[in-house]
Write a protein that binds this ligand. Structure first.
Ligand code: AMP
Length: 192
């Protein structure tokens, strides 16, 4: 099962990803986590993208696509995977389709976590409190920039996947369990 999570920063993608990983035994492929690890380890990719991450901008499509293409070749992805934070542009979505077609695979579901823009900043403040601001891009200024980038570059994926017939919108404003239950209802349909 190949699932994509779509939604602005702070929508709860990471939280819900943990639920899916546990329930469906597929790995979570978070490009944000991969980049943060690369920055921490000071790999060539990490050194290249650090400033981009800190500014809340997007890493270039070719770097991200290469990273994902390599990752989905690994054994743990054989039964599917959850993409969290990728694709983030239409160019990336097209690159993903091309990668999957080569492997005779296709996306099964795109779950869009819908949230009130206004609630996102409150969620961010909570996350900063909980994590002690562990993420260098978790500050209000960068967060606002990430929201803008989402609206400009990632939101066009909504009509893109709607056209493909894969988009499933979920109300992301409920409590964690309610959102998980909505996601389960969608994914159990697909499994059949
Ligand atoms: P995230 O943890 O998904 O919010 O990602 C953190 C940061 O990593 C983003 O603000 C971008 O700078 C970078 N990033 C993660 N995924 C992508 C992607 N698919 N395309 C471009 N940049 C990305």
């Amino acid at each position: 099962m190949i699932v994509i999570f779509l939604g602005p920063p702070g929508a709860g993608k990471g939280t819900q990803a943990a639920h899916i990983v546990e329930t469906y035994k597929i790995p979570q492929l978070s490009t944000g986590d991969m980049f943060r690890a690369a920055v921490k380890d000071e790999t060539p990719v990490g050194l290249k993208v650090k400033a981009v991450l800190d500014a809340g901008d997007l890493v270039s499509d070719d770097i991200v696509a290469a990273l994902v293409e390599e990752r989905i070749e690994q054994d743990d992805c054989a039964d599917g995977f959850l993409l969290d934070g990728f694709p983030r542009t239409v160019v990336q979505a097209e690159a993903l389709d091309a990668m999957l077609t080569k492997k005779e695979l296709a996306v099964d579901a795109v779950i869009e976590l819908r949230v009130d823009e206004g609630a996102l900043l409150d969620r961010l403040r909570k996350r900063i409190k909980e994590t002690g601001g562990a993420r260098s891009d978790d500050n209000e200024e960068t967060f606002k920039k990430r929201l803008e980038v989402y609206a400009d570059q990632t939101a066009p994926l909504i009509p893109f996947y709607e056209k493909q017939g894969n988009l499933k919108a979920v109300d992301g404003m409920g409590d964690v369990e309610a959102v998980s239950a909505e996601i389960d209802a969608i994914l159990s349909e697909i499994r059949r």
